[in-house]
Design a protein around this ligand. Structure first.
Ligand SMILES: [Fe+2]
Ligand SMILES: [Fe+2]
Length: 328
């Protein structure tokens, strides 16, 4: 058993460990935050590293399907909005990489895991974006699902993660509104524009519902994450909440959610919906989605092409440090 503060390597005995564990449990129980300086069980640290780095990778890879449209946005205004949105996603990736670094993993290691396909990111970003309406559907549905997932994470027990999420969620709500607005304009436009908006919603609806993960009875990590107060609601609860948010908005948009079985069940106080096709989800998760290889290749190329920037920054930092040493 190692003392798991990132900078500590001293061994501790069983009695000390029990005491540290009890203190950790008490903090969680009292809804207090765990900070980088605190002792934490290895499994908690590993779970957080996995979750936060996956989340960071998703933000970074998530820039690609929309980045694809920056040069083709239909007006200067749309271009400026989309550029700001994609840039926000880069910022989210950076906050989250920083939060993960406080747990003792380096940025290089995380990047390496991503570009060698050893780390996962949200499979939603492996779908292509063939039409302009996809910018609307991504904002409305994908950023919308992200908000439902992420608002409860603002209260995650690990301090740096929760605080990063507060900033991220504010920007996500702008993302969702800009997507909604693109769809609204298309929906109220020509019949062709309306059809384009509907076709895009048809393609993104189910993948967006899959973003909440497998049903509760098949979600292996959920119970532990809820006990640690990293996760506050189950996958199915969040999916229900998301659908409840979409239904009235779809009405305003004049668009149809592509599920003929979707209706409010008064008795269950929940939405009835069709069965999700998890075989598709598992295919995409296994790396066989429409754009998996392209996304990773693009990220790898960007990493290689950016090597000179990293080298120059490191050389500059070294020079500054040397200058400071001389001055001291
Ligand atoms: Fe984001
Ligand atoms: Fe976003």
């Amino acid at each position: 058993m190692t003392l798991t503060a990132p900078d500590a390597s001293a061994r501790i005995d069983a009695e000390q460990e029990a005491e540290l564990q009890a203190r950790f449990d008490a903090l969680i129980e009292a809804d207090q935050r765990i900070e980088p300086r605190d002792w934490m069980p290895d499994a908690y640290r590993k779970t957080l590293i996995r979750q936060i780095s996956q989340h960071a990778h998703s933000e970074i890879i998530g820039m690609q399907p929309e980045g694809n449209w920056i040069s083709r946005a239909p007006s200067l205004k749309r271009k400026a909005i989309l550029m700001a949105k994609v840039q926000d996603e880069a910022g989210h990736g950076l906050y989250l990489y920083s939060a993960a670094q406080t747990l003792g993993i380096s940025r290089d290691e995380m990047t390496e895991q991503l570009i060698t396909s050893r780390a996962r990111y949200s499979s939603i970003f492996n779908y292509p974006t063939p039409t302009w309406a996809d910018m609307g559907a991504i904002g409305w549905l994908v950023d919308g699902a992200a908000i439902c997932n992420q608002v409860p994470l603002c209260r995650a027990s690990y301090g740096p993660y929760g605080r990063a999420m507060v900033r991220i969620c504010k920007e996500e709500s702008f993302h969702q509104r800009q997507g909604f607005e693109i769809l609204l304009e298309l929906s109220q436009g020509t019949p062709e524009q309306h059809a384009m908006a509907q076709e895009s919603v048809d393609r993104w609806y189910w993948p967006a519902l899959m973003m909440f993960g497998p049903p509760d009875d098949e979600s292996p990590n959920s119970a532990q994450s809820m006990a640690w107060k990293i996760k506050r609601f189950s996958n199915d609860e969040l999916r229900q909440r998301f659908v409840g948010m979409l239904v009235p908005q779809a009405e305003v948009l004049g668009l149809t959610l592509p599920d003929p079985n979707l209706r409010w069940n008064e008795e269950r106080q929940a939405w009835d919906m069709s069965e999700i096709d998890w075989t598709e989800f598992n295919e995409v998760l296994a790396g066989r989605g429409p754009a998996n290889a392209q996304r990773i290749q693009h990220r790898r190329d960007a990493h290689e092409e950016g090597a000179w920037v990293r080298e120059a920054a490191a050389a500059y930092a070294e020079k500054q440090a040397a200058r400071e040493r001389v001055a001291a």
